[in-house]
Design a protein around this ligand. Structure first.
Ligand code: ADP
Length: 208
């Protein structure tokens, strides 16, 4: 079972790494940003609702985002695990995700934070804006997205760190290097479980 959340500021490389980890782990990458953009492009009702938030670099209201994620996580392909890219982003979304997982008796295995300094982030996003023409990759909107991230999402690092599921990974360097760091941060999950199992066996041996 692989239930992961990728956390990190705009431009940290969550989308790129989510796709690579998805292939490697065989679970779907679920990007709320991608789903919103697809709906905007398709001019669906959801797309019309969220367009102005995306264009301004503001968060879509929690009620809208939560309902969308709930629906997506109920799809059969997410039953065995998932990589969430871009959700949760507010403490209210954390609560909501906790509820969704509890309903199916599941829990998060890891929250992986990808870090990078602000200058590098802005540089990457400006470059992406030029290459892909994303409407929110202009300098003004990028600054706003960074600000919103600091205010609303950065506090989640503390929340997940207190639950001991958080691992922080340096997002600077080659894409493949960063992927390896993330995979290493996952191996630690298995290692910890093995250690606990050994402890239990050692305990049994002593008791028996
Ligand atoms: P980035 O992380 O580079 O800003 P994303 O593709 O993850 O890009 O998100 C793009 C936009 O989609 C956000 O600026 C926001 O408007 C909206 N969005 C994505 N995820 C969420 C979320 N969990 N809550 C609210 N809005 C979201």
């Amino acid at each position: 079972m692989t239930r992961l959340v990728l956390l990190g500021p705009p431009g940290a490389g969550k989308g790129t790494q989510a796709a690579l980890l998805s292939e490697r782990l065989g679970v779907p990458a679920i990007s709320t940003g991608d789903i919103f953009r697809a709906n905007v492009a398709g001019e669906t009702e959801l797309g019309l609702t969220v367009k102005r938030y995306l264009d301004a670099g503001e968060y879509v209201p929690d009620s809208v985002t939560n309902a969308m994620v709930r629906d997506r996580l109920q799809q059969p392909d997410a039953a065995a695990g998932f990589i969430l890219d871009g959700y949760p982003r507010t403490t209210e979304q954390v609560r909501e995700l906790d509820g969704m997982l509890a309903e199916s008796g599941a829990q998060l295995d890891r929250v992986l934070e990808i870090t990078a300094d602000t200058d590098e982030l802005v540089r990457r996003l400006v470059a992406r804006g030029q290459a892909q023409g994303r409407s929110d990759d202009t300098e003004d909107v990028i600054r706003n997205r960074q600000r919103v991230y600091l205010e609303q999402t950065a506090p989640l690092v503390q929340v997940y760190s207190e639950r001991a599921v958080l691992r922080s990974v340096d997002g600077l360097g080659e894409v493949a290097e960063v992927t390896e760091r993330l995979v290493q941060a996952l191996d630690a999950v298995v290692d910890l479980r093995e250690i606990r199992l050994d402890d239990v066996r050692a305990g049994d041996a002593v008791a028996g």
